[in-house]
Design a protein around this ligand. Structure first.
Ligand SMILES: C[S@@+](CC[C@H](N)C(=O)[O-])C[C@H]1O[C@@H](n2cnc3c(N)ncnc32)[C@H](O)[C@@H]1O
Length: 210
């Protein structure tokens, strides 16, 4: 991303049709991802971290960073007092960068949207920043996160308005109505990358699994 106004890697990821395409795009982007997102003023990790720390006590474990990317969130979770955090991502290139930061206790190369190889209630908390967005993971990825989060546990995620308006909002309302989750917080829509032009807003959500 040369000028901070148009991120071509992210544009390609938004337009991806298959998980393998997304993985390949992020594999190639992994070298410059952190620097590019810093220039773009990328906000999702900070907002998700703020929401998580409001609802999950220091030391809660284990946590899962779902769509961890290069591990921006893992670094800050370690500093703020969550010692056992696992990373999951579809891109080996991104996971390699995350592993190099030395803050995750396990690395999982897996695709959200598929069945995940974790026990019911395995995690005390799950954080997923910038993943429920165009071309990445749709509402079909949510049920597995709920299954692997323990009752009373917290799921913090961001959802781009494009998905929100295309069935995500209804799905959340349906899960609430049947008592599977409660919605503890929903932020107002915000631009995830103020340094980019033409961004569709996203919102942050905090769900408690019941
Ligand atoms: C915009 S990045 C966000 C990374 C990190 N959470 C952050 O905030 O910096 C989106 C991440 O989602 C991952 N991803 C996309 N589709 C995925 C899927 N189906 N399963 C798991 N990870 C996926 C990508 O490889 C990428 O690392």
């Amino acid at each position: 991303m040369a000028d901070g106004k148009h991120n071509s890697a992210l544009g390609a990821a938004y337009a991806a049709k298959r998980p393998e395409e997304v993985a390949a795009i992020y594999d190639r982007w992994s070298e410059t991802y952190d620097a590019d997102m810093s220039i773009a003023g990328y906000r999702h990790p900070t907002i998700c971290l703020a929401l998580l720390t409001r609802h999950l006590p220091r030391g809660a474990e284990p946590l899962l960073d779902a769509g961890a990317g290069t591990g921006l969130i893992g670094e800050w979770l370690a500093i703020t007092g969550y010692p056992k955090v696992e990373a999951l991502d579809i891109s080996q290139g991104m996971l390699d960068k995350a592993a190099a930061k030395g803050v995750y206790t396990a690395m999982h190369r897996l695709a959200m949207g598929d069945t995940l190889p974790f026990a019911d209630g395995a995690y005390a908390g799950i954080i997923s920043a910038g993943v429920f967005t165009s071309g990445h993971v749709g509402v079909e990825g949510l049920d597995e996160l709920i299954r692997i989060c323990r009752p009373g546990g917290i799921i913090v995620l961001t959802v781009k308005n494009t998905l929100w308006d295309a069935g995500f909002a209804e799905r959340i309302a349906g899960l609430e109505a049947r008592g599977a989750i409660s919605r503890l917080e929903e932020t107002r829509p915000y631009a995830s990358m103020p340094g980019e032009t033409d961004t569709v807003p996203s919102r942050g959500l905090v769900l408690r699994v019941t």
